[in-house]
Structures are given as C-alpha cells and as structure tokens.
Design a binder for this molecule. Structure first.
Ligand code: FRU
Length: 500
C-alpha cells in the first residue's frame, strides 16, 4: 500500500522532473529526478538491471525529509527514473528514511533495509534523533514497509552504542545462506565504530560484534560503511565526519576512508593493514559498491560534500535540482591501495577521437579538436628533454575569457592540484585540493572525464582519483595546456555521446 506521502512525492516528481531539460543536467552521471539528492542507496543488480536508490528530497533543492528516489540502468551509464520508492510516513521513520541497502530475497522479491529516523524533543528544548533499522519488500518498483519494523532498535544495541547515531546498513548474503549487515554507529568514546549484525532470514537480526572501532583516528562518527572481499583482501569503505587532515591524506570535515586488511569469516575478525583516502578531490562521499554479474566490484559515490553544497549556479537550473552521483568505478586492490577505473563500458560512449602525439611545448598551447564539456581526455606526460624535468604542467578546462578550472602538476614536489576557484563560484568554500602522487622523472598519466557539471581526474591508471563539481556556464568549453619548462605529452580526446 502506497501512503499518501509517497503518492504525493510520485506525483510531484513526475510533473517537475519533466521541467528539467536533458541538456541542463549531467549526461551520463545519475542526477536527482527533481529537488535534492545525497547518498547512493540500495545499489544492487536485480532481475537483469542495476537499481540505484538515493537519499531524496523531491520538493526542494536542499536537504529535507528523506525519501528514497529510484532509477534503473542496464549499463550503469544510461539511467531511467522509476517512481520514488520510500517516503517518511510511519511513526518510526516520520522524519526520514535514511541511507541503506538492498538485496534479492530467495523468493525473488527485493528487500530494502534502511534507517528510520524519528526526532524527539528534549526537556531542554533541544532535539535528538532516534535511529532504527527498518525493512521494505517489493517487486523492484513498489515496496511495502514490513509490519515488524523497526527490526533493530536500541534494545539490540551493544553497551555504550548510541541510538542517536546508528545508521546506514549494508547487507550481504553468505555462502551458507545467512545474512550479515554492517552499520555506522557512535561508540561510548564519541567516535565511530562499525557494528556487525547477523540474521537467518534477513528479517530477524541479532548483534554479532563490533567489527572495528575508530578510536578517534579518522574523524568522529563513521557513516555509510561498505565491506567486501577484493583481490585476496578485505576492504572497508566508510565516510567519517569531522576529520582532520593527515599530511596529504584526508581533509577537514566529511571525508572518505578506505581500510584494507584481512577478514576471518569464522571469527569475524577484521585485521587492518593499510588506510587511505578514497577520493582526493572535493566532491565525493558515502560510496556504495555492487558486484556485477561478471564479478567486478563497482563503486558509485555521491559527487558532493556536505560542506560544499551551497555552491551551485543559475547555469544548472539550481532551483530544480541539486545532487549527482560519480561515475561507476571498477575497483581493484594492488599494493595495499584501492585502484579505481571508469567502468570499462564507458568507452562505448566515445566518439570523435582526436589524437596528438609527441607534443613538445613550453608556455601555453591549445590543440585542434581538443575542447568540450562532455569529454574523456587522456594525457601522458614526460619531460621533453629527458634530464631536464619541467617545473610545472597545467591543464585548464571549462575555460573561456572569464572562467576555467585547472589540474596542475609539480613534478619536483610530486603534487597534483585541482583548482576550481575560477569556475564561477561565488561562495567562500574550499575550491582547491592537493594530492601527493607517485611520479618518477616527471612522468604522469592523467585521465579527465567531464560531464557538464563535474570533473573526475584518474591519476596513474586509477591509483588516485580527484572529483569536483563545477557549475560553470557550458559555453566555457575551452581546453589549454601550460608548461613551465619543457613538457612532452601524448593526448587522446574523445567526445561523449549524449542525448539532449
Ligand atoms: C551521509 C548521511 C547518512 C544518512 C544520510 C541522511 O551523507 O548523513 O549517514 O543516512 O546522509 O540523508
């Protein structure tokens, strides 16, 4: 039974979604149907299609009572909107259906597990959220909330675990048919921890153990965990709040954390080995992964950051939509690091190839056929004169007389910087970010993917990634290259086929 709240949301998005012209939103990144989008939710492969749900406030382009928006795709690049899946309409989720995940049940139905939020007023006039875990079951379009909701509440929390910060389930099925689920939670020491629960049928859950504790090493609360095996290792992804930077790793505020280690399935012991930032740009948070039918682990994140949400511009029809997802990225683990590459099917969207090989230059150059805001651009850099390593290389894009965004590289410092200060933002928020890269003798590989309102930079075949949103007027589509010293580069540029 769909509630009145859900019916209204569905009617609203149907009417208002149509008001956004295809050319006014990203072409191959999933963006909100209307209003506001944050975290990816329920990312799964179900009956031959990928489903992506998302944190959704259809009525405004700012965060509000959370619904679940819904889209499906056959290839993770072309998305079709489906009606909103969940609305905050029950006593236990009346203030929001927060993030969660999805899994196919043995009987073929799709199960959604999400965090229900009910806000309570305190005696001192303040308020606090009670966060509980809830289920909804459906056919992939319509979902009915489970009668037994919430399935996990404060009574099933371990001692000291907060009931106010207990959210974002990610569940999976073990080979023996039982289910496990991880949650983000705030521990007694006011820092994050990941809780592990188990269930025989995905409906009745019991606390199993604290999988891992933050102990104030990486920010405070840990949101949106994902936990999976990859390339002989175990990976925990989580998005900590209130981080401090550690050298070139992490940054102030909300960030992303990847912990790689080993996992004993008998004892559920996770042993950490390495840690690093997932995305070194400005806009990337709360990623979720899916396992494709051919065994690839693919990740999509919210291409935004909580502290930078007030940067938009009239060029993107800001009243109608805000929020987009990152490109789907294929993951692998090498040398204790998580590598990310654009989903290989993305290459099928390439057209109009332009190649320039062995371009040696100092100062500024533009190359024939290299421009655009819907492009995939690969650059292989080296010094033009083997022994004499240049001081700086820069690539400017989304450029006209007034605007540009840049990626620069200083080989003597091994630092790549992304800078959107001149992208048209009128807000006093962070616009630059730096990343320490592996580079020998001035060599570096960059792959820049632009989709109207974003730039994703894959460095050294996905060893590091930097993502930013840019809301620059689409007419700014120039690209230029700059060298201080002598640079040699190979450039391949593709335009991306887009509808609208
Ligand atoms: C992360 C997050 C989640 C929560 C959701 C609310 O961005 O804060 O922890 O479930 O957003 O919209």
């Amino acid at each position: 039974m769909n509630s009145q709240t859900l019916r209204e949301a569905r009617k609203y998005e149907e009417a208002f979604g149509k008001m956004i012209a295809a050319g006014d939103r990203p072409a191959f990144h999933l963006s909100t149907r209307t209003g506001w989008m944050n975290d990816p939710n329920g990312f799964c492969y179900y009956k031959g299609e990928y489903h992506m749900f998302y944190q959704y406030h259809p009525y405004d382009s700012v965060w509000g009572p959370m619904h679940w928006g819904h889209a499906v795709s056959k290839d993770l690049l072309h998305w079709e909107y489906l009606p909103a899946a969940l609305a905050p309409d029950e006593p236990y989720d009346r203030d929001g259906c927060f993030s969660g995940n999805a899994i196919e049940l043995p009987d073929g139905r799709l199960l959604l597990m999400y965090t229900g939020v009910a806000t309570h007023t305190l005696n001192n006039g303040g308020s606090c959220d009670i966060q509980t875990q809830c289920l909804a079951v459906g056919d992939g379009i319509d979902f009915e909330k489970y009668q037994g909701n919430p399935v996990i509440d404060a009574r099933k929390l371990p001692p000291g675990a907060s009931e106010n910060h207990f959210r974002d389930p990610k569940l999976w099925r073990k080979k023996d048919g039982t289910y496990l689920c991880v949650f983000g939670n705030l521990a007694e020491d006011d820092a994050g921890q990941i809780l592990l629960y188990e269930s025989a049928d995905a409906f009745h859950w019991n606390f199993k153990k604290v999988l891992i504790q933050n102990h104030h090493r990486f920010g405070k609360m840990w949101e949106c965990p994902d936990f999976f095996a990859l390339d002989g290792k175990q990976v925990l992804l989580t998005s900590p709040q209130d981080m401090f930077p550690q050298g070139f790793e992490y940054h102030n505020g909300n960030g992303t954390l990847c912990l790689i280690g080993s996992y004993d399935e008998e004892t559920d012991d996770f042993t950490e080995e390495t840690d690093h930032t997932v995305d070194y740009g400005i806009d990337f948070y709360a990623p979720q992964t899916v396992l494709t039918p051919d065994g690839r682990r693919v990740m999509i994140g919210w291409m935004q950051n909580w502290d930078t949400c007030n940067m938009s511009s009239p060029h993107m029809n800001e009243d109608l939509w805000f929020g987009q997802m990152s490109l789907p990225r294929e993951l692998s683990v090498k040398n204790g690091r998580l590598y990310q590459k654009p989903l290989r099917e993305f290459d099928a969207l390439h057209c109009d190839e332009v190649r320039h090989e062995n371009v040696a230059f100092s100062d500024t150059v533009r190359l024939p056929g290299v421009s655009g805001r819907l492009i995939d651009l690969e650059i292989d850099l080296s010094p033009a004169d083997g022994a004499d390593i240049y001081r700086k290389f820069a690539l400017r894009f989304a450029q006209n007389e007034q605007y540009h965004t840049s990626i620069s590289f200083r080989p003597h410092e091994s630092v790549v910087k992304i800078d959107r200060k001149f992208s048209g933002s009128r807000r006093a928020i962070i616009h630059q970010r730096r990343c320490l890269v592996n580079s020998e003798n001035g060599k570096l590989k960059l792959r820049l993917i632009l989709d109207r309102f974003s730039a994703e930079v894959f460095i050294n075949d996905g060893e590091q990634v930097m993502s930013v949103t840019i809301y620059t007027d689409q007419a700014a589509d120039g690209i230029s290259f700059f060298a201080d010293g002598k640079v040699r580069m190979d450039v391949v540029k593709y335009s991306i086929k887009a509808e609208g």
